[in-house]
Design a binder for this molecule. Structure first.
Ligand code: DC
Length: 225
């Protein structure tokens, strides 16, 4: 198979990473969770005692932060394994602020583009099809209703032993949707050439099937052209 990039964007907790991971495993290509990079930066700012709503103070941390994505979905920040900490509510509640800062985005986007230069990738995020990889062969905009997304994230947190209530999760999802789609730089929005995938009534396996169908159709069209 020739080198391809599959961009999967969409709002918080739409199941992008679960689906993207499975698709990448099936295609035997690299999965890149860009949200994990914003989360790891946020983790670092919080650990340093920096206020995540202070853009200037957060920007100053850029030279100190080294984020690595390792096989097995391990996320390292300056060599420390932060894979489970970055899913905790104390990170989730702050990450949209960090992700709205242009300098931090440029810093992380540069690394994301480098990763996609080397290998075929499935990359998920908010701005992959619109900004990070505008020439991606396949672009998917994955959505689900707010209620469905809140229930999915709530169940995921419970299964990981992360304490929360459904109401808290739903409020957090709505708040993050708002901040992510209203920021000035590279906001969350569908790319003009993306395919809309609503997973509100689809299981994970059905969503994976749909994404594979979209990829096969797009790649087939390119081969035919
Ligand atoms: O997908 P996620 O919930 O792990 O993303 C965490 C936050 O990072 C989310 O609030 C949006 C932001 N994000 C972003 O702005 N751009 C990306 N490419 C990925 C995530």
């Amino acid at each position: 198979m020739k080198k391809i990039a599959v961009a999967i964007d969409g709002p918080a907790a739409a199941g992008k990473s679960t689906v993207a991971k499975k698709v990448a495993d099936i295609l035997k290509i690299t999965y890149i969770d860009t949200g994990a990079m914003y989360r790891a930066f946020t983790w670092y700012a919080i650990k340093k005692g920096v206020n995540c709503q202070d853009e200037e103070a957060c920007n100053k941390l850029i030279p100190e932060v080294n984020i690595e994505l390792k096989p097995g979905h391990i996320v390292l920040c300056n060599g420390e394994d932060v894979s489970s900490d970055i899913r905790q509510p104390w990170v989730s509640s702050q990450v949209s602020y960090i992700a709205s800062y242009k300098q931090i985005r440029l810093f992380l986007v540069e690394q994301q583009r480098k990763m996609a230069e080397k290998d075929s990738v499935v990359m998920d995020g908010r701005d992959i099809g619109t900004y990070v990889l505008p020439n991606a062969e396949v672009k998917i905009y994955q959505i689900a209703s707010v209620e469905t997304r809140a229930v999915r994230r709530y169940e995921e947190n419970l299964s990981k032993g992360i304490p929360c209530t459904l109401e808290e999760i739903e409020n957090d999802v709505r708040r993050r949707d708002y901040i992510d789609s209203h920021r000035d730089f590279a906001p969350l929005k569908p790319a003009a050439d993306s395919v809309l995938l609503d997973t509100s009534y689809l299981s994970i396996d059905e969503s994976v099937e749909k994404v594979l169908e979209i990829i096969n159709k797009k790649i087939g069209e390119e081969t035919d052209a």
